[in-house]
Design a protein around this ligand. Structure first.
Ligand SMILES: Cc1ncc(COP(=O)(O)O)c(C=O)c1O
Length: 380
């Protein structure tokens, strides 16, 4: 039996407020804060003397994360954010594809998934939602012979709709269409298997559900993708040094990039908190991801029942469990703004997203938190 009370006590935020805003950013539990402090203390007292060891630790972390999405360590690294990933892909496609092509994405995507492509002037086509869902048939209908890629979130940020990546990936593979997934609102809570889902590129900004703040984005590319599409950017850390040297310093001499995903790390990055992310992953693994999913479903079931009792309109598609996530959105129509203000006065924090009020539940929330929210809604 999981001691949820103990887990809650690792999150001091629960003493200050009722926090339903993890889909914006999860607070860090005490063990993660301690790991961040430890890394900075190391820097404080020993400077850069741990660089080589730290890079090894970072590679080990990447390998572990790669295992979680069923690929190898070589395919996974970190970049600054999902927007960088999508911009990088947009530049890649613009540079290397000569014939006309289009990219299909979803109308409700968080703009990090789409701005980069639009900025490069690529032909973007958007699938319209049907009651906040994206039926796979509709995605395929919008795709044609010129569709290069489908870009979709695993979980939609505003509604929590969770896409069936396996079925979509199988269909795209049959049609030779690249599958690009933004897993920011699902990783690491919901399982991803890049192989069986035929995902070529995946991006997951871990400040949402990674409990370590803004440390960057997990970035996966298949080895085939890297072979086919040269990186549009490079820096000293992308270059495979010549044998016996630490880095490539010669000028106007040929060099080649790492064959691994490390080619996308162009220079130094925020290593200290990234190393603490290992502690966050260990913390979640100890609880168990299946266990976490069950808890999230129990809490959201309770919330959905409560909202239904109050006859509040739920805008998330919640009829099918396999399409649900940690996000539930509802609306009080023209009273949404007032509702968010009243909730904040009662120290209850939710998000205003799309047309609705977004509640995201996390491992530190309990049923009493949901009662607090429902009681305020009742009073409104
Ligand atoms: C689905 C989704 N993708 C990406 C982001 C963040 O994008 P970036 O990592 O570029 O800041 C968010 C929220 O901020 C999001 O909800």
């Amino acid at each position: 039996m999981t001691d949820w009370k103990k887990i809650r006590s690792d999150f001091p935020i629960t003493k200050n407020m009722t926090y339903f805003h993890s889909a914006a950013m999860s607070p860090s539990p005490t063990p993660v804060l301690n790991a961040i402090l430890k890394e900075y203390r190391k820097l404080h007292t020993q400077g850069d003397t741990h660089w080589t060891k730290d890079i090894k630790k970072f590679r080990k972390l990447c390998s572990e994360l790669a295992g979680m999405i069923h690929t190898k360590g070589d395919d996974v690294t970190f970049v600054q954010n999902t927007s960088s990933v999508m911009s990088l892909l947009a530049m890649t496609f613009k540079n290397h594809i000569r014939k006309p092509f289009n990219i299909v994405s979803m109308e409700d995507e968080f703009p990090a998934s789409t701005i980069g492509y639009e900025y490069q002037g690529l032909d973007m086509r958007y699938v319209q939602p049907v009651e906040a869902r994206y039926p796979i048939d509709n995605i395929l209908k919008l795709s044609d012979r010129n569709t290069l890629a489908v870009v979709t979130s695993h979980v939609q940020y505003a509604t929590g709709f969770r896409q069936d990546l396996k079925t979509l990936g199988e269909e795209l593979k049959k049609r030779g269409i690249l599958f690009i997934v933004n897993a920011t609102q699902s990783f690491p809570f919901f399982p991803i298997n890049v192989r069986s889902m035929n995902i070529e590129v995946l991006s997951a900004s871990v400040h949402k559900w990674g409990f370590t703040g803004h440390i960057g984005t997990l970035f996966y590319t298949s080895s085939l993708f890297r072979k086919k599409y040269p990186s549009p950017w490079a820096g000293w850390m992308s270059v495979a040094p010549e044998e016996g040297s630490l880095i490539h310093t010669a000028k106007n001499t040929p060099f080649r990039l790492h064959e691994t995903a490390e080619r996308y790390i162009i220079g130094t990055y925020n290593l200290q908190p990234l190393l603490a992310f290992q502690t966050a992953m260990d913390y979640l693994k100890t609880i168990g991801f299946q266990n976490i999913r069950t808890r999230v479903m129990e809490l959201t079931d309770y919330l959905i029942r409560g909202l239904e009792k109050l006859e509040i309109k739920i805008t998330s598609p919640v009829a099918r469990k396999k399409e649900r996530s940690a996000i539930v959105t509802f609306t009080l129509e023209d009273k949404n703004k007032q509702c968010i203000k009243t909730l904040a006065k009662n120290k209850i924090f939710v998000g205003a997203r799309g047309e609705g009020i977004r509640v995201s539940v996390n491992i530190f929330n309990n049923f009493e938190d949901i009662d607090c929210l429902l009681n305020v809604l009742k009073s409104l």
